[in-house]
Design a protein around this ligand. Structure first.
Ligand SMILES: *[C@@H]1O[C@H](CO)[C@@H](O)[C@H](O)[C@H]1NC(C)=O
Ligand SMILES: *[C@@H]1O[C@H](CO)[C@@H](O)[C@H](O)[C@H]1NC(C)=O
Ligand SMILES: *[C@@H]1O[C@H](CO)[C@@H](O)[C@H](O)[C@H]1NC(C)=O
Length: 315
């Protein structure tokens, strides 16, 4: 009896080890999602939730956002190869050394990405004098609308990922985050109306990149609350909160090493440099590639995080 239980235990251990998908770990240079996203519900405190967003049959992923989402081209057209070329630290113009999370998610879905994200983008640039000249969601959505893309709503997934640059501007320009949250929701409402009639919208947040503040949390909550209203109006919505991922890597629970990182810093020392000088000795195991910007391995686990929320946080 004891023997058979031991065998069963060993068998189940072997089985769960097999479920760790060693191929994925190898392909991502040993970096893996070492935490399990926690799910919540609409109508309460902000949390990971998928209220009706479908992923099967999606053919097109339309992405709005900042450098975290930018594939190096912002008109929805085909992106340059996501590889480092020559001495530039930017793979095909991306602020990273490979594909960004949205490209990974699109690839996982078997969908084509139409990327409108631009580095430095905020929700509404007029709110933030210190960001004058930067892109915003208003302009990205206007460009998308002007193209009359005629996408099938039933097979198109929209992703909206702003807040990092709005939050950083709020320390200079004052707290206009409540207005930014309201205007982000207004843009989503516009996408959900004729002629686009978006049906599936995923909103993502990482405003503080590991920092937490009352004004930042209020921004996140306002966006989350707005999604409840949109859901009540029939839109399929999901919310992905990356804060636990950043906390898990930058804090001690479980800490960067548990994810397979050699450190929690950046591999390339200066965000504005145009060459690879000073590159770290562990380029494939760095949390950030350029300062403040996820490495391609981090983008991969961000995509894993998104996939988990969409699949498991159904509410
Ligand atoms: C790398 O750069 C060269 C020269 O600019 C260019 O001809 C080539 O297409 C690039 N390769 C990739 C994969 O982007
Ligand atoms: C953007 O912000 C400015 C300044 O507050 C405001 O006047 C304008 O109406 C906003 N635009 C939109 C579309 O909300
Ligand atoms: C980064 O590089 C820019 C341009 O070379 C330089 O002006 C700046 O001082 C550098 N920043 C740091 C933190 O080294």
């Amino acid at each position: 009896m004891l023997h058979s239980w031991t065998s069963l235990l060993l068998l189940s251990l072997a089985f769960s080890a097999a479920l760790q998908v060693p191929g994925r770990r190898q392909t991502n240079n040993g970096v893996h999602l070492a935490i399990t996203p926690t799910c919540g519900k609409l109508g309460g405190a902000f949390a990971n939730v998928n209220a009706g967003v479908i992923t099967s049959g999606i053919k097109t992923l339309v992405a709005f956002g900042d450098s975290y989402t930018s594939g190096g081209r912002s008109d929805g057209g085909p992106l340059a190869a996501a590889v480092l070329n020559g001495t530039s630290p930017r793979a095909g113009g991306r602020v990273t050394d490979g594909p960004v999370w949205a490209e990974d998610v699109a690839s996982d879905l078997g969908a084509t990405i139409k990327d409108y994200a631009v580095s430095g983008a905020v929700v509404n640039v007029t709110l933030w004098p210190s960001k004058a000249g930067q892109s915003d969601f208003l302009h990205q959505a206007a460009l998308f609308l002007s193209q009359n893309n005629a996408l099938n709503s039933a097979t198109t997934l929209y992703t909206v990922f702003f807040g990092i640059n709005d939050f950083s501007a709020s320390s200079t320009d004052g707290n206009h985050l409540p207005q930014a949250a309201a205007e982000l929701l207004t843009q989503i409402k516009q996408l959900a109306s004729a002629p686009i009639n978006a049906r599936n919208v995923v909103v993502l947040d990482d405003y503080g990149r590991g920092k937490h503040s009352a004004t930042g949390d209020a921004w996140k909550q306002a966006v989350f609350d707005g999604l409840s209203s949109l859901r009540a109006q029939g839109l399929n919505v999901a919310f992905v909160d990356f804060a636990p991922l950043w906390d898990g890597v930058l804090g001690s629970s479980p800490g960067f090493a548990a994810f397979g990182y050699a450190n929690s810093g950046a591999c390339i020392p200066n965000l504005s440099q145009t060459d690879l000088s000073g590159e770290c000795s562990t380029p494939l195991n760095s949390f950030y590639w350029l300062p403040g910007h996820p490495s391609k391995e981090t983008h991969r686990i961000m995509a894993d995080y998104v996939n988990f929320v969409l699949a498991k946080c159904k509410a």
